[in-house]
Design a protein around this ligand. Structure first.
Ligand code: SF4
Length: 204
């Protein structure tokens, strides 16, 4: 049953339940559970990542793994209170491949992103953020319907069809993959600068 087309969703609790029952794409089959967005029912900022990771899939909560810790630090450095943000993902089930006993992240494809967008749309309708921050290309694709490069989109906030401000930046997991410490510090500062731009846009 396609829950998304079947029942009205009028609260975040209903939304979480509907996501867990969702069969709109094959990703529900191997994941532990859907990972719904988390945060205040009305929030100034909505942060949209790609999909739950291994830790998030088990915990059922978004951004509780290593990338979440980077995000927490960057939000603090940008002057954004995480308690006032709604944090979610473009795709609600964890996509992975087995490598030995490890579950390695696999990027969702365009079909999976499109099929899952209905849940992000519901979240935006319920939470009504003033500013949406797309963390990485998957989130940017889900929010704009276009395949964009981060380099092209970041720095300049845009306005979405419903009037919400959209800021695009990298996914914090990208910082975890940079080995050179100086490069990592510079990339982190750029990430914080993007979040500061979002904070400024949110005050307008
Ligand atoms: S990833 Fe999204 S569209 Fe696919 S089954 Fe899960 S909730 Fe449904």
């Amino acid at each position: 049953m396609d829950q998304a087309d079947d029942k009205p969703v009028t609260s975040l609790r209903q939304l979480a339940a509907a996501e867990n029952e969702c069969r709109r794409c094959p990703l529900y089959r191997d994941a532990t559970q859907a990972v719904p967005g988390e945060g205040p029912s009305r929030a100034t900022f909505m942060l949209v990542g790609e999909q739950p990771g291994d830790k998030e899939d088990i915990a059922g909560k978004p951004f509780v793994g290593p990338a979440g810790r980077v995000l927490d630090a960057a939000l603090k450095d940008a002057g954004i209170d995480r308690a006032q943000t709604f944090v979610t993902n473009a795709v609600k089930h964890f996509k992975f491949e087995m490598r030995g006993k490890r579950r390695l992240h696999k990027r969702p494809n365009n079909y999976e992103i499109e099929r899952c967008r209905i849940w992000l749309d519901h979240e935006r309708e319920l939470v009504q953020p003033r500013t949406v921050i797309a963390l990485g290309v998957t989130a940017a694709r889900s929010l704009t319907g276009k395949t964009l490069t981060i380099a092209k989109m970041r720095k300049v906030p845009t306005t979405m069809a419903d009037g919400t401000t959209l800021v695009v930046t990298i996914h914090p997991s990208a910082l975890l993959r940079i080995e050179d410490e100086a490069d990592k510090r510079a990339a982190y500062q750029d990430f914080v600068a993007d979040l500061k731009a979002a904070a400024k846009a949110g005050k307008r």
